[in-house]
Ligand binder design. Structure first.
Ligand code: FEO
Length: 402
């Protein structure tokens, strides 16, 4: 059965548990991340003796959220609100919601959540800071809170509905995806590229914490029948699939013998170098993908970087420095802390030629292994220059193959 999701009718995801969130169909830029297909802000309503709302939505969708809740119950009947995460795509609707349901209703969050929410909103809400492992009875059901600091902010936590074995995982296991499908079994594997992109651009730098979290959850022996993130589809058929994918992505072992050639170009010289480097890689049996920065969004490139073994970056020299798109990407990639990569730097120049050294310095700062010195070519590469580039590609290819 195909469930039509959001902006229409809330869906009962388990007995007495509803997804009352909204789709943001038209967002195309989520703080610098390209959301080609929009996103969703999921929020969950649990009907029990204590009616409980888990998370809200972006400010401009707060009325839609309240309308969704009103299709199930009078919002004023909500007894508890849980805020798993302060970031405003999940808390922006809080002022509107609290105003509607009653400003004195208990608001459960982590200790850091109470601190961070009060830095966002001046209202003196009835904060209840919960500890890791603390439980809250809703009547016939129990919520348990798990602190998940830095996944994605210091305030982040998960909430686990014990009797139904549902994990409300905030940003964790999410995807920026707006669609009519609600569950993993409806959309199938088509959701995985979205989950991968989300991980590469939002969570990669916290990979060690994710491995620790998965270990802790395993030690606690939590049984999980459904994972409900705050973005995208819900994992009910096979929650283990996304958990295993997170473990694999977090390990950053780059099992694929692939290289990414990331570059920009002014008069096609750096581009010609990229093509020659690509030939060298191919000769060594390494698949490569050239990605020109003004044609590809940084967040799509980052998704490819995540499972590439080699990341080779080319920049022309412009005004004694890097080409601006290359600077932008290097800054972005550095922040996401990719591990275990082989790097390489190349570029053309006219008279001063600083770019290759600058790229190399940045890649070394990211602790990339650099098996070959960077290649720089003046003006337009000739036959010998292109052979030099191909040889550079072969050297990196050999390092990739190991
Ligand atoms: Fe979906 Fe960190 O917010």
């Amino acid at each position: 059965m195909l469930y039509i999701r959001r902006n229409m009718k809330p869906v009962e995801i388990a007995k007495g548990v509803y997804d009352v969130g909204v789709n943001d169909w038209n967002i195309r830029d989520f703080h610098g991340y390209s959301t080609h297909i929009g996103t969703s802000y999921n929020a969950f309503l649990i009907i029990d003796e204590k009616m409980t709302l888990i998370d809200t939505v972006k400010k401009q969708f707060a009325d839609q959220l309240l309308d969704n809740i009103a299709q199930i119950t009078d919002p004023k009947k909500i007894d508890y609100v849980v805020s798993n995460h302060t970031e405003m795509d999940h808390s922006g609707g809080l002022p509107r919601v609290m105003h509607r349901i009653g400003e004195d209703k208990p608001l459960f969050c982590s200790k850091m959540g109470a601190k961070n929410l009060s830095r966002h909103f001046p209202q003196k809400w009835n904060y209840h800071a919960v500890k890791n492992g603390e439980e809250l009875s809703l009547g016939s059901r129990t919520l348990m809170f798990l602190e998940t600091r830095m996944l994605h902010w210091p305030d982040s936590m998960f909430s686990y509905l014990k009797e139904d074995k549902i994990l409300f995982s905030s940003d964790g296991f999410g995807q920026h995806y707006a669609g009519h499908e609600k569950f993993d079994d409806i959309i199938g594997d088509a959701i995985m590229p979205h989950a991968k992109k989300y991980f590469a651009n939002i969570l990669l730098l916290y990979a060690p914490l994710i491995l620790k979290l998965v270990e802790n959850v395993t030690q606690l022996g939590l049984e999980i029948d459904m994972i409900c993130p705050d973005h995208g589809i819900l994992w009910r058929k096979d929650p283990g699939k996304i958990i295993n994918a997170y473990v694999e992505w977090s390990r950053q072992e780059s099992a694929e013998k692939k290289a990414i050639l990331i570059y920009d170009t002014m008069w096609h010289s750096t581009e010609a170098m990229a093509q020659a480097i690509g030939s060298g890689l191919t000769e060594e049996g390494v698949a490569f993908r050239p990605m020109k920065l003004r044609e590809w969004h940084r967040s799509d490139i980052m998704t490819e970087v995540m499972d590439a073994k080699a990341v080779i970056v080319g920049s022309p020299t412009l005004n004694n420095g890097l080409f601006p798109t290359v600077s932008d990407f290097l800054t972005y990639m550095k922040g996401l802390k990719p591990q275990n990569k082989i790097g390489g730097a190349f570029g053309s120049y006219g008279w001063s030629g600083e770019s290759v050294k600058l790229v190399q310095k940045e890649l070394e700062a990211m602790e990339f292994e650099m098996p070959a010195p960077g290649v720089k070519i003046q003006y337009v590469p000739g036959k010998d220059d292109l052979e030099k580039c191909a040889e550079f590609g072969r050297q990196i290819g050999k390092a990739v193959i190991g």
